[in-house]
Ligand binder design. Structure first.
Ligand code: GLN
Length: 195
């Protein structure tokens, strides 16, 4: 199993550290040819406009879409924005997931916060696991879901913060910034084609 992390901008190092810790071979992806031989790709948090612009400059948009048609792909925060089909703003997107995302949805006051979430699907990789401690940093919300996507986690008021569509995952929060590797292991489970 070899997982790539899009390394154009943002906190790709943290994903690499987490994946290495759970024993997975990793590769930094900056060019289309770096996608060869990977079983899955993580798109990190950062600034989605910058990631989109650099991906356009490096001719990565079409190769990433092709990759997602065959392999697992997961966007955290800015990465989730980049995977979405619409953000109601002009910026390069992959348009891969049937989710509409609202950027910086939590405003200034609570631009960053941490909260425990119930994420039932994590039981597939950790049957006895409790709530998931999620870190939000100038986070987006998944404002609506359609087509093949479904919600994996919501805040208490029902607003969606994680979604899945086939082997694609979007999380508004940052599992790579916690010590909890359950989300990374769930992604590996998708990349291995077990779900
Ligand atoms: N606010 C950023 C954006 O809109 C995302 C923040 C993050 O990735 N932590 O792209």
């Amino acid at each position: 199993m070899k997982i790539g992390v899009l390394a154009l901008q943002g906190d790709f190092h943290e994903h690499i550290t987490m994946l290495s810790r759970i024993g997975v071979e990793t590769a930094e992806v900056r060019l289309p040819e770096h996608l060869d031989g990977l079983d899955g790709l993580v798109i990190p948090g950062g600034e989605s406009t910058t990631i989109g612009k650099l991906a356009t400059d490096f001719d990565l948009l079409e190769p990433l879409r092709k990759f997602a048609a065959e392999k697992a792909i997961w966007g955290t925060c800015a990465g989730a924005i980049f995977l979405s089909k619409d953000v109601h703003r002009q910026q390069p997107l992959l348009h891969l997931m049937d989710i509409v995302v609202e950027r910086n949805a939590f405003g200034r006051q609570i631009a960053s916060f941490e909260i425990d979430l119930e994420i039932p699907v994590l039981k597939e990789v950790a049957p006895g696991g409790g709530p998931y401690h999620a870190v939000f940093i100038r986070a987006p919300l998944i404002a609506s879901i359609s087509g093949g996507a479904h919600a994996l986690a919501s805040l208490e008021d029902g607003r969606i913060v994680a979604a899945q569509q086939g082997r694609m995952l979007a999380t508004a929060f940052h599992p790579e910034l916690t010590g909890d590797d359950r989300f990374h292991r769930y992604f590996l489970h998708l990349a291995a084609g077990q779900s």
